[in-house]
Design a protein around this ligand. Structure first.
Ligand code: PMV
Length: 315
């Protein structure tokens, strides 16, 4: 065994969340501005596997008799148990310390990034590094535990760390960002578990398929149009597509007054488009901005009640 370090980025879903669960295309990019980082250090003989998460003041020993309904078990221990079983390896004498700057339950991929960093560090410490394909399959299993019906977009963009055009149950494809563009990300500060929103949208679809199907289809078409705009170096075309995607997500009941307020504030301050990103009902929104406008729009979001806001360049 050896000391090993690993990390994983956050992610931004640019277009297509929720409809992607129902087999429409979506596009997402890694977000390197926030990261999960894990360090695995060999421990004394017989000490077993310990996860230390100082950010949440938590130390968990992987003993097999942990409370499996504890969200910290799901986030920090379950990925390691799954990895040990996939590697057919006994519980090692190892302490893994995990830190993350990705806000929890806010649509930036915290769960998938924590699991990816933890499993990568474990596998490297055991000198059994996993291929991205194997890791992606494993993190998808972790996502199922978090979300019950995940599309797989989060684990894919985070594990491969590349822009992804994603259709559920099809091999993911990457795409070229021909001209970089600037987003401002604004956090409502409201934690919102993705699985509740996904379940509600699923119910809505079951009860009103005639009304909801065209919404899903249009969201999928927007994602494909957006990919074409990004690949041809016309990111300004993304603005109106973001506004339309946000309006459709509102119809799916996954926006919130806070998200609508932040999107409106960004547009008032001169953003070219704005939408929620991720599971919605809270979490983060994104706004497309001219680079020189980024500080003003970041300020406008904070003034409108965002608990955090920052600019990031895509591409
Ligand atoms: O995990 P979040 O909140 O970033 O949301 C993921 C995107 C959804 O489309 C809402 C769910 C999914 O599994 O694709």
């Amino acid at each position: 065994m050896q000391t090993a370090r690993a990390r994983a980025p956050g992610k931004i879903i640019l277009f297509g969340e929720h409809a992607v669960v129902h087999h429409q295309p979506a596009i997402a990019v890694p977000l390197a501005a926030v990261q999960a980082r894990a360090e695995a250090v060999p421990d004394d003989f017989g000490s077993g596997l310990t996860v230390h998460a100082p950010d949440v003041n938590c130390v968990l020993r992987v003993t097999g008799d942990l409370d499996q309904s504890d969200p910290l078990y799901n986030a920090l221990v379950y990925p390691l148990e799954l990895a040990l079983s996939a590697l057919n390896a006994p519980v090692p004498d190892l302490t893994i310390t995990i830190r993350s700057s990705i806000p929890i339950a806010s649509g930036l991929g915290s769960g998938a990034a924590l699991a990816t960093a933890l499993v990568r560090a474990l596998a490297l410490a055991l000198c059994r590094p996993l291929s991205n394909d194997a890791l992606n399959a494993l993190i998808y299993e972790v996502e199922k535990r978090h979300h019950s019906n995940p599309s797989g977009i989060d684990n894919t963009v985070i594990v491969y760390e590349r822009p992804v055009y994603f259709v559920r149950d099809a091999p993911p494809t990457s795409f070229i960002i021909a001209a970089p563009f600037t987003l401002v990300v604004g956090d409502t500060g409201v934690n919102s578990p993705t699985h509740l929103a996904v379940t509600d949208v699923g119910r809505l679809f079951e009860t009103e398929p005639e009304r909801i199907t065209p919404i899903f289809t249009r969201i999928g078409a927007i994602a494909s149009q957006a990919r074409a705009a990004i690949e041809t170096g016309s990111p300004a075309a993304l603005g109106p597509l973001m506004n339309e995607n946000h309006a459709l997500l509102r119809e799916l009941t996954v926006s919130s007054p806070e998200l609508d307020d932040l999107c409106a504030a960004a547009l008032r301050a001169g953003a070219l488009g704005a939408k929620l990103s991720g599971g919605g009902r809270g979490g983060n929104m994104i706004a497309l901005v001219a680079p020189e406008q980024a500080p003003a729009i970041t300020g406008a979001l904070l003034e409108a009640g965002a608990t955090a806001a920052f600019a990031t360049t895509v591409g």
